[in-house]
Design a protein around this ligand. Structure first.
Ligand code: JEW
Length: 246
């Protein structure tokens, strides 16, 4: 069925990219129903104020709870979407979380700016909705919009029918299975030689067993090189004899 996504932000124009490519097609095909809302529509003062100084002092501003409360109440009505709040201090957004979110019928993304949203908003809706504060990585953005674009793409591509059959998400390096927790290895296409660089001959051999083995070895090599903490966590039993020699 259709997944509904509501996004509330003071920069709705950030979400123009959701009209194109993968997500745009999914919307045209009715797989996704994406609605973007301007938070300021629920700020009633002449300046449409959405922020104020932080209690306890400190730099920057905090987003007012009243405006968010009116916005969320209007958007959800008496429904109960899963509420996602991007934040640098959230639980890590991983492929596993993306898989979980892809199973939800309705997601509501609350995009903060400034130093974040008054914490009582999450507390208020946590009594009625599942509220997840999620981080997309250990770096600080200026607001939640980019994080929502990341999450919507990661979740959207997992929905049935969104990725052409040519590329199923099941092969993802973080998807369950033989290549789980391994990084993608190198990829090649025609021509077989380009500026004197050749394609590894095993890939031209047509020997599927050797190709699979080679790809696993390359994925393992890259994982050890770029993500030693993932490689260390690999269950030795899942690595067959040859891999242990790598
Ligand atoms: N909050 C906060 C905050 C705290 C300190 C300094 C700057 C900000 C800016 N900010 C406001 C909203 C908001 C949303 C998500 C992120 C975010 C997520 C990841 N993974 N990094 N940054 C940042 C966000």
């Amino acid at each position: 069925g259709t997944m509904r996504l509501d996004i509330v932000s003071i920069f709705p124009e950030y979400f123009a990219p959701l009209d194109v490519s993968l997500i745009g097609k999914a919307r045209e095909r009715g797989i996704l129903d994406v609605r973007v809302h301007q938070l300021r529509d629920w700020a009633h003062d002449v300046h449409k104020t959405v922020d104020d100084t932080p209690y306890g002092g400190g730099p920057g501003m905090v987003m007012k709870p009243e405006v968010w409360g009116e916005a969320i109440d209007t958007v959800i009505g008496d429904g109960a979407p899963r509420m996602i709040v991007p934040t640098p201090s959230g639980r890590p957004f991983t492929q596993e979380v993306a898989q979980e979110l892809a199973a939800e019928p309705w997601l509501l993304f609350a995009c903060g700016r400034y130093e974040g949203i008054d914490s009582r908003v999450m507390r208020e809706y946590g009594t009625r909705l599942r509220v997840d504060e999620l981080s997309i990585g250990d770096y600080v953005l200026a607001g939640g919009e980019v994080a929502v674009l990341v999450m919507v793409e990661a979740v959207g591509r997992l929905l049935p029918g969104v990725l052409g059959n040519a590329h199923s998400a099941v092969d993802d390096s973080f998807a369950p299975g033989a290549m789980q927790n391994l990084l993608e290895g190198p990829v090649y296409t025609k021509p077989p030689v380009w500026r004197e660089h050749e394609v590894p001959s095993v890939l031209l051999s047509g020997h599927h067993g050797k190709v699979a083995r080679w790809r696993r070895d390359e994925a393992l090599r890259r994982t050890v090189a770029n993500r030693p903490e993932l490689a260390a966590a690999l269950d030795p039993a899942t690595l067959d004899k040859r891999d242990r020699e790598v």
